[in-house]
Design a protein around this ligand. Structure first.
Ligand code: NAD
Length: 491
């Protein structure tokens, strides 16, 4: 299999790599160097139409294929991702700006894990039966929906792309998938991997392009029966506006403004304190803070606020080198694009205007050598802002966190819940009853107690409030990608 990356990427439609029918392309930029290093199709409704035709042709056999066959093909895709880890990781880093070690340790292994997980999952996916004693028996069929659309963001490109595609394919659907136009390369390489793994032509179609162009053409096509979307709340609202009146099934995984609640008792043990600090550094700045699950609002009990602040800043100063993503010692790489870099810098300016005090960072970083024009920002910590200001309300999605203090458990909860978002929360305490009480009342779809980003793929994943609708993960994903049909037989 040839995994060379051509200058002009192509769509994957009906098993072929083809130039966009639109005839248009968009620049692809390496954010660490600011260089244009390729072009991607700027697809439109003609490309989507071609993909729908290919998917329709493939659906009649894929939808009734034995689960063993789907298992074997998806598992083979997982093996090929693992076998090409180095190539995929480098492509991800060049596209996204994240450190290469992170792409190798997290992004690419998780992409193969997604395929492996749903390959095996479909082998065990069972449906319910409801017996009405001697009157009747009901059984529920869960049949593939048909053609489904999967649209993913740039922050964890192959990781989130495959998180949607794998269950959709496992459940017997044909897929139209669009990666982010900002990070298209690993999705392009996945086309070749799927072909090599023997995925029948037309079962998966990968269309590159912008949200308003290719994305909306997928969402509005009448033959696309369900949309699984991960991205911003703004785009989610737009997509829901198009899809809901057409009664399409919708799963929306959107933005977050997650609280990280630290109770004073953590300071009683050196072990828990260090563990909390280590994970708070991760939850604040991992992947340049560009993870929807990052804890961007750190809430600290008043009695340990100064101690936390001092230790947190010291750890950041010692250990968080911002640098060339290809260098092993760089803990943080580049921000994904110039546009996003400008947005984050603007958010920092707004925080200052709102009266926030910059405790560390707040500036762009000049990285010498090949990265001199790249988009790098220092890890930034801000204090002195109340819960209602823009900085504590709107998602920044960068290496920027705020500190707020609280006096009581009730106040911690009030602060935690004081946003329109409800994706994830972390709670740090050695008091299990307190953790249990707070977890029950915090308004978020995911709660981590004394940990962060500890993921079990079987668990429900998703947000409440403006963080989304529906849940992914485990059976939830396979249920989303199937239509439940109850059959009642009178005896
Ligand atoms: P984005 O919404 O700009 O784009 C996401 C994807 O949607 C891209 O492929 C884009 O081309 C497409 N898109 C944009 N507008 C569209 C439209 N009108 N119709 C169809 N498709 C459209 O988001 P982004 O900037 O790529 O990613 C960052 C956002 O994603 C953040 O808000 C982050 O919190 C969120 N996110 C959420 C999760 C989660 O699981 N909840 C995970 C990762 C990222």
């Amino acid at each position: 299999m040839n995994l060379d990356i051509p200058y002009h990427l192509e769509n994957y439609i009906g098993g072929n790599l083809i130039a966009p029918l639109s005839g248009k392309f968009i620049d692809n930029i390496n954010p660490a160097t600011a260089e244009v290093y390729g072009q991607i199709p700027d697809s439109n409704e003609k490309d989507v139409e071609a993909a729908v035709h290919a998917a329709q042709k493939a659906f009649s056999s894929w939808s009734v294929s034995p689960v063993e066959q789907r298992f074997k093909i998806l598992n083979r895709i997982a093996e090929l991702i693992d076998a090409n880890l180095e190539i995929l990781a480098l492509a991800e880093t060049n596209d996204n700006g994240k450190p290469l070690w992170l792409s190798k340790q997290v992004d690419i292994p998780r992409a193969s894990a997604n395929f492996r997980f749903f390959a095996t999952g479909i082998m065990h996916f069972a449906t319910e039966s409801h017996n009405m004693e001697d009157k009747a028996v009901n059984y529920t069929l869960r049949q593939p929906i048909g053609i489904v659309g999967c649209i993913s963001p740039w922050n964890l490109p192959l990781y989130l792309f495959t998180w949607k595609i794998a269950p959709a394919l496992a459940a017997g659907n044909c897929v139209l998938a669009k990666p982010s136009e900002v990070t298209p390369v690993t999705a392009f390489l996945l086309s070749k991997i799927c072909k090599e793994a023997g995925l029948p032509d037309g079962v998966l179609n990968i269309i590159h392009g912008t949200g308003p162009g290719a994305g909306e053409a997928i969402v509005s096509h009448p033959e696309v029966k369900a949309i699984s979307f991960t991205g911003s709340t703004r785009a989610g609202e737009r997509i829901a506006g198009i899809a809901a009146p057409k009664f399409k099934k919708l799963s929306l995984e959107l933005g977050g403004k997650n609280p990280n609640i630290i109770f004073a008792d953590v300071a009683n043990s050196d072990v828990s304190w260090k563990k909390m600090l280590f994970n708070t550094i991760r939850s604040s700045f991992a992947n340049q803070g560009e993870i929807c699950l990052c804890g961007s609002r750190i809430l600290v009990e008043e009695t340990i606020y100064e101690k936390f602040k001092a230790d947190f800043l010291q750890w950041i100063g010692k250990g968080l080198k911002v640098g060339d993503p290809l260098e092993e010692e760089s803990k943080q790489g580049a921000i994904v694009s110039k546009q996003h870099f400008n947005k984050i810098m603007q958010c920092i300016d707004i925080a200052k205007e709102e009266g926030g005090k910059i405790l560390c960072g707040g500036n762009a970083v000049k990285v010498e050598g090949r990265c001199t024009n790249g988009y790098f920002i220092q890890p930034t910590v801000i204090e002195g802002l109340g819960p209602n200001c823009q900085t504590n309300q709107e998602e920044i999605f960068g290496p920027v966190v705020t500190l707020q203090s609280f006096k009581t458990e009730e106040e911690a909860l009030q602060l935690a819940n004081a946003t329109q978002y409800g994706l994830a929360a972390s709670i740090w305490t050695n008091d299990i009853s307190k953790a249990n009480r707070v977890a029950a009342k915090v308004e978020s779809g995911i709660v981590w107690v004394n940990c962060w980003l500890l993921r079990d793929l079987r668990t429900p994943f998703g947000g409440m409030k403006n963080s989304g609708v529906g849940r992914e993960g485990g059976w939830e994903a396979l249920k989303f990608f199937t239509e439940a049909k109850n059959v009642c037989i009178e005896l």
